[in-house]
Design a protein around this ligand. Structure first.
Ligand code: ASP
Ligand code: MG
Length: 435
């Protein structure tokens, strides 16, 4: 069995879907295709959820945009009006409408998950119908019936044992079987939808690869593979040919956005090779993530996280930060579901970074203020260099206000005010390596 994962960009319009149908058509043997919501749909649904939650007037306009987007795509893909498909899409729209006709319950995260899943349900329904229409016979699978998770909405944990039995029964590796299913979603023990965290479709693909003992998994992207820096911020980037599992875990841990952080572990556990390849140039090799010691080529890797908020706390009574303080802070971090991007503690302070978009920053700060002197600084950038060299550190730091720096054998992290983007100079890095 082979697992493919296509993200939102790869299905963003009719041309993109036709392109991936060629890639799927070239695959040999049984295949499971995991697909995300089209284009920016998840953001759009988040907008709808937010508008409904806070009683804004634009809920309907946003909902119309969601419908329009999927109906236009459908009409672009098919020459004739596909009534069957339109009926299916319509029934999803009706479900959404029903949810939006009532106020949200107490649990925002629960309500969020019940709505956010429609992005993937809609996209996979359209792609599956299109593939069937052009003769690529496939089965559409509602993955929520097969992947069990707990009820930690928006960040649910997979229940491996029961999922394994169901997934193995459903996805049979018969000759040329083709399954189309959703990334990012599962259901809890009560049958309610839950999601695995933003950008979680990679993780779904890895879960299925693990449960089905897949021969390989391929994530199809709009870049040639995993690059040593984000091309949005750096001028010169180099594709990495091979990344050992452990290194890939480190890179995603520090925020390399190319792969979802939870994706690698299930693959590593069964030594399933993961390829990251370009859906624009599928004939090119891409990046292979597999067992090994060092990435090839071995270059400094740059990971930039923008819009960071630094929160610093100090005990009000000038005492030291002790285990009790850390326990208290981490229980709040757990309570609010904070994703920590960086932490550091000294004798008298504890500091951490969170994304600017984190919803409960103010509530968290209010709680911390009960026991601590709390400072907040916005608009920061977190830059991590894996396999740093003295020259790359100079490039990143000279002329910038660096608030915090943390270094260990392979990794250097800088928290900087404003933007420190610099071109990656490959020659300089290579020279460093030759020394
Ligand atoms: N559609 C979801 C998101 O945008 C999941 C994914 O794309 O991986 O977060
Ligand atoms: Mg995505």
């Amino acid at each position: 069995m082979i697992i493919y994962k296509f993200g939102g960009v790869s299905v963003k319009d009719a041309a993109a879907i036709k392109n991936i149908s060629n890639i799927i058509g070239e695959a040999k043997g049984p295949l499971v295709v995991v697909i995300s919501a089209i284009g920016q749909t998840t953001n759009l649904i988040e907008g709808i959820i937010d508008a409904h939650y806070s009683g804004k007037a634009n809920v309907n306009a946003l909902f119309e945009e969601l419908k329009e987007k999927h109906l236009t795509l459908t009409l672009d893909l098919f020459d004739e009006f596909p009534q069957d498909l339109l009926d299916k899409l319509q029934s999803f729209f009706t479900e959404i409408e029903t949810r939006l006709s009532k106020p949200f319950s107490e649990s925002f995260n629960f309500e969020y998950d019940q709505l956010i899943a429609f992005g993937e349900l809609l996209s996979t329904t359209i792609v599956s119908a299109y593939l069937n229409h052009i003769g690529q016979k496939n089965k559409w699978v509602d993955i929520r019936k097969y992947l069990d998770a707990d009820d930690k909405y928006r960040d649910a944990n997979i229940i491996w044992d029961s999922s394994e039995t169901k997934v193995k029964q459903k996805f049979k590796a018969e000759n040329n079987s083709l399954y189309i299913t959703q990334g990012f979603i599962a259901s809890d023990f009560k049958g309610n939808t839950c999601s695995l965290g933003r950008e979680g479709s990679d993780y779904t693909a890895a879960i299925l690869a693990y449960l089905l003992n897949a021969d390989k998994m391929i994530i199809w992207k709009d870049v040639l593979g995993v690059l040593n820096a984000d091309p949005d911020y750096f001028n010169n980037t180099t594709k990495l040919d091979l990344i050992p599992y452990q290194e890939a875990i480190e890179l995603s841990y520090y925020g390399a956005s190319v792969i979802h952080p939870k994706t690698i572990k299930p693959l590593q556990a069964k030594q399933i090779p993961l390829w990251v390849k370009s859906f624009i140039k599928p004939e090119q090799e891409g990046t292979l993530i597999t067992k090994g010691d060092l990435p090839q080529p071995l270059l400094p890797n740059f990971i930039v996280k923008k819009k960071q908020v630094l929160i610093s706390i100090k005990p009000l009574n000038f005492s030291f930060i002790g285990e009790n303080d850390l326990f208290f802070v981490f229980s709040l971090i757990n309570k609010y579901g904070v994703k920590l991007n960086f932490t550091q503690n000294t004798a008298v302070s504890f500091v951490f970074c969170v994304n600017h978009s984190f919803r409960f920053i103010n509530d968290l700060i209010d709680d911390l203020k009960l026991k601590y002197d709390v400072e907040r600084e916005d608009g920061l950038e977190l830059i991590t260099i894996r396999h740093y060299t003295p020259a790359t550190i100079t490039e990143i730091t000279v002329g910038h206000r660096i608030l915090i720096e943390q270094k260990n054998k392979n990794t250097a992290i800088f928290l900087s005010q404003g933007s420190v983007q610099v071109p990656v100079d490959d020659d300089c890095c290579l020279q460093e390596k030759r020394q």
